[in-house]
Design a protein around this ligand. Structure first.
Ligand SMILES: [Zn+2]
Length: 96
C-alpha cells in the first residue's frame, strides 16, 4: 500500500510558496494600506494614486487600469461604473 499523498515531494513546498507570496504582497501594500480596498493573490486595488514602480517585465508590478470609476460587487465581479460592464471587458473594448 502506498502511504504517500503526493507522487513526488515537490507539492509539499506549495504552502510555503503561497505564504511567501502573501508576505511579499503585504510588505508591498503596507506603505499605502489606507488606500487599498482589495488584495488578491497577485493583484491589489487602490482608491487613490500611489507611488510605486510599474513595468511590463515579469516579476514587476503591472498597471492594469487607472483613473477608472469601479463598482466592486464581490471578489470576482468588478464593473466599470460608467458602462456597467466587467472592468476587464471595458478596458479591452473601450468604455461606451
Ligand atoms: Zn466602462
Amino acid at each position: 500500500m502506498n502511504e504517500q499523498y503526493y507522487t513526488t515531494n515537490y507539492a509539499r513546498i506549495g504552502p510555503f510558496i503561497t505564504s511567501f507570496g502573501r508576505k511579499m504582497m503585504a510588505e508591498l501594500v503596507l506603505p499605502f494600506k489606507e488606500s487599498v480596498i482589495r488584495i488578491q493573490t497577485d493583484s491589489f486595488t487602490c482608491l487613490n494614486d500611489i507611488k510605486c514602480d510599474v513595468s511590463k517585465d515579469i516579476g514587476k508590478l503591472k498597471l492594469e487600469y487607472e483613473n477608472k470609476n469601479i463598482i466592486v460587487n464581490h471578489l470576482n465581479k468588478i464593473n466599470c461604473s460608467d458602462c456597467n460592464r466587467n472592468i476587464k471587458e471595458c478596458i479591452k473594448n473601450g468604455c461606451n
